[in-house]
Design a protein around this ligand. Structure first.
Ligand code: ZN
Length: 72
């Protein structure tokens, strides 16, 4: 069972993640920064997992999520 499948059963978790992991004006994740200020490019890996969790929660089959950026 993948991380997204587990997360799909915890809507509060992926909703918070989707709200927090948003891009800044440079296209980097606002939440994924290390102590030296380096950010992950957005969508970061955590964001992708949360989006897949939402997809599964909404009735998608685990492992079939390909709709990045197509659902808002
Ligand atoms: Zn992030």
């Amino acid at each position: 069972m993948g991380m997204a499948t587990i997360l799909a059963g915890m809507p509060d978790m992926w909703r918070d993640t989707l709200a927090a992991h948003v891009p800044d004006q440079h296209g980097y994740c606002q939440t994924c920064r290390n102590s030296s200020g380096v950010s992950a490019t957005w969508p970061c890996r955590i964001r992708e997992v949360a989006e897949e969790a939402k997809y599964i929660h909404d009735g998608g089959l685990p492992g079939t999520f390909t709709g990045r950026h197509s659902r808002h």
